[in-house]
Design a protein around this ligand. Structure first.
Ligand SMILES: Cc1cc2nc3c(=O)[nH]c(=O)nc-3n(C[C@H](O)[C@H](O)[C@H](O)COP(=O)(O)OP(=O)(O)OC[C@H]3O[C@@H](n4cnc5c(N)ncnc54)[C@H](O)[C@@H]3O)c2cc1C
Length: 375
């Protein structure tokens, strides 16, 4: 059986960032990344808002807050170094009425406590100067929020990993894992449909929506340890006409209760299109269809702050699925990044529940994983 030092499961942005980081730091180690699809980023990493978040909302001290604040800086630096298309266009979190002003104040406090230092509170006149077409009574300006070409980011991470000696194997689906005394025996289906096995000393689970199944392959009860993924869908609608140009920043209402989502907000794509979403609803069966009947929900939400839009301006765009460990009705859940020694799995590192801000946090998460390998 083939043996490697490190085996990563999943070529989303997180698995690729981990592969790039580890292959740079430990060039004497052999590293293989297995991905079931024929290319990287075919799931959540290519179905998101592509926003570089600044880290405002998450509870202070949480991994989400820390990873996002650090990841934001690392990602901008990486984008400059490798010429990844991005724009630091800034974001407004708006109060649509007087009642929402108090939630802006607590968001501002939260952001500052998290170390987001550049936030500014704006009044109505200041908003009008920046975004004359937005209806809001107050707003927080977050200048360090931006947008990124996530495909180019993943392409560069894959390139770095390959250049540094990693093997990235597409059309390889992990089907089972046996814990051995000195590591793990991982069984996968190869591109010809046959089952083969590989032995690794370190096993890093970056399997996104499937990360709980990977853990259950080891006989662990994922419900008992809170690792079950509850998929939560988010759809987008876009504006396909010239009205996209009427807004230049990202515009967010206050977030949903228990941070289930950030509320139906307006983002800009790098090519200038205006996009709305994502909404948030739990699903049993994974699918990426956009339900056209949800246009009304979007219109009602957006109409409260973008009165220039008509219902007929909205077109179904795309959908993504959040890999939540927060079950319906639960309160906030943090990212899980854990070397599972205490559960008896020396060398197994799980990354579970890597929903938003996982794209922003990807490089910071990779650094944490590197630290776990050297501890
Ligand atoms: C609607 C939405 C909007 C979002 N917006 C933002 C945003 O604006 N900014 C931000 O920072 N974050 C955002 N996020 C979060 C971000 O997209 C994710 O955190 C990030 O993409 C997660 O990356 P990942 O690599 O962990 O997972 P994924 O991209 O899902 O990658 C996991 C990979 O594992 C592979 N895999 C699974 N099982 C197996 C197996 N058995 N064998 C082999 N391979 C396997 C899958 O095929 C997949 O390619 C958003 C998420 C959603 C859903």
């Amino acid at each position: 059986m083939e043996k490697v030092d490190v085996l990563i499961i999943g070529a989303g942005v997180v698995g690729l960032a981990v592969a790039a980081e580890l292959s740079k730091q430990f060039n004497e180690m052999s590293l293989v990344l297995l991905e079931r699809h024929s290319n990287f980023g075919q799931e959540t990493s290519s179905r998101n808002s592509e926003v570089i978040h600044s880290g405002i909302y998450y509870p202070t001290g949480s991994l989400k807050a820390k990873m996002c604040v650090e990841g934001n800086q690392r990602l901008y630096q990486f984008c400059r170094e490798w010429e990844i298309p991005h724009k630091r266009i800034g974001k407004l979190i708006i109060a649509r009425n007087e009642k929402e002003i108090s939630s802006l104040e607590s968001i501002l406090d939260q952001g500052r406590m998290n170390g987001v230092k550049d936030l500014e509170l704006l009044d109505k006149d200041q908003i009008t100067k920046l975004e004359p077409n937005i209806k809001a009574v107050a707003a927080i300006l977050s200048p360090s929020t931006g947008i990124i070409d996530s495909h180019k980011l993943m392409l560069r991470l894959e390139w770095l990993a390959l250049e540094q000696g990693a093997i990235v194997a597409y059309n390889h689906e992990v089907m089972g894992i046996d814990s051995k005394e000195n590591g793990y025996c991982v069984t996968y289906r190869n591109p010809a449909g046959q089952l083969e096995s590989i032995h690794c000393r370190w096993l890093i689970n970056c399997a996104g929506l499937n990360s709980d199944q990977i853990v259950s392959f080891l006989g662990v009860n994922i419900d008992e340890i809170g690792y079950r993924i509850y998929p939560c869908k988010g759809e987008y609608f876009c504006v396909s006409n010239a009205k996209s140009a009427l807004v230049s920043r990202l515009i967010y209402p206050p977030p949903l209760k228990e941070l289930k989502g950030l509320g139906i907000h307006a983002t800009k794509t790098l090519d200038g299109r205006l996009r709305f979403g994502p909404n948030a609803f739990y699903i049993e069966k994974l699918d990426y269809d956009v339900n056209e009947d949800h246009a009304q929900e979007f219109y009602d939400a957006i109409n409260t702050y973008m009165p220039f839009l008509k219902y007929t301006d909205l077109c179904p765009d795309m959908a993504g699925i959040r890999p939540k460990i927060q079950a319906p009705g639960d309160s906030f859940c943090d990212f899980i990044v854990c070397h599972e020694i205490e559960r008896g799995f020396q060398g197994l590192i799980n990354l579970i529940g890597i929903e938003s801000p996982g794209l922003t946090s990807s490089l910071a998460l990779a650094k944490i994983v590197r630290g776990l390998l050297t501890d």
